[in-house]
Design a protein around this ligand. Structure first.
Ligand SMILES: *Cc1c(COP(=O)(O)O)cnc(C)c1O
Length: 296
């Protein structure tokens, strides 16, 4: 049987990437599956268990047209043979995004609602509300955090001083914070612009039965906002691929790696720090870039 630890690989970044004595290992959750990005898999686990235990057989969740969470949910439900519904922000486009095409292909039923209704999470009236289990947008919530905490159970955690991940809702980070060692610091690279409230939102869902919940959010590497990018980011992602054979996505992990390298160059980390960088997957998102933008 294939176990998680067979799929995962700790990849040490070479000195040419880091230019320093800081050691950086990468936890390649992107290798779990090309479509279900690594962290989504973990975040969904307890929601699906909760739905099953309540005998609710239709999963409903929310997302934008490029949402990794939407595809991951569609695929996870397919594996469990349960019905799923995606409520998508905005008008139905003539041609569906790759993300939504995949979601439909995996059996998700899509409903498009206008932005105001989306903001208020209004469920279209034609959906039968019986049997429905709602997974919050982006998997945000305590159960999502509980699943994400398990990311740290599959590695040799003790040796790291810092754990670094990309943040959208912050649910993954909340999980990491809940399960880290007392001496470790978790740093989240926020990919959303102007989402400073993320710190409070994380504190709401973190498992605070743990002692030391120290974490830090860095807001300096959103590149203009969610899914925004520029030539510097793309060049960096291509270089990272050429030098380290690590593919990244332009929405989350490209910005994460860019930030880590910059922070190392800026001497952010004290000497002999040992970083664990969480590659949270999300590579399917690159399909929305123009052809030939990336070398991988
Ligand atoms: C969704 C996603 C994130 C953000 O996870 P949160 O738990 O919402 O902070 C990070 N990386 C990738 C690749 C994602 O798809």
């Amino acid at each position: 049987m294939t176990t998680l630890s067979d799929i995962l690989e700790i990849h040490s970044l070479s000195a040419s990437f880091t230019h320093s004595k800081t050691s950086s290992d990468v936890l390649r959750l992107d290798k779990i599956h090309p479509v279900i990005s690594g962290n989504k898999w973990f975040k969904l686990k307890y929601y699906l268990q909760d739905a099953a235990s309540k005998n609710l057989n239709t999963i409903l969740t929310f997302g934008g047209p490029y949402s990794n969470h939407i595809v991951a949910t569609a695929f996870a439900c397919k594996l469990q043979h349960i019905k799923c519904i995606g409520i998508i922000r905005g008008e139905k486009p003539e041609i569906l995004s790759h993300t939504l095409q995949s979601a439909e292909h995996y059996g998700m039923e899509l409903f498009f609602i206008d932005r105001t209704s989306y903001k208020n999470k209004i469920i279209p009236s034609q959906i039968d509300s019986e049997d429905l289990y709602i997974v919050p947008e982006g998997g945000y919530g305590k159960l999502g955090g509980k699943g994400a905490a398990e990311i740290l159970d599959i590695i040799d955690l003790e040796k790291y001083s810092h754990i670094i991940c990309a943040c959208g809702t912050g649910t993954t980070l909340a999980g990491l914070v809940s399960n880290k060692k007392e001496y470790q610091k978790v740093i989240g690279i926020n990919v959303l612009k102007g989402y400073e409230k993320i710190t409070d939102d994380i504190k709401i869902i973190v498992d605070n039965t743990h002692q030391n919940l120290k974490f830090e959010i860095n807001n300096d590497y959103h590149f203009g906002g969610y899914a925004k990018y520029n030539a510097d980011l793309i060049n960096f992602m291509n270089l990272l691929w050429v030098k380290e054979k690590i593919p990244t996505d332009f929405v989350y992990t490209g910005k994460l790696f860019f930030a880590v390298k910059q922070m190392i160059l800026n001497d952010y980390f004290e000497k002999d720090s040992r970083l664990l960088i969480i590659h949270s997957g999300g590579l399917q998102g690159n399909l929305s870039l123009p052809d030939k933008t990336l070398l991988f």
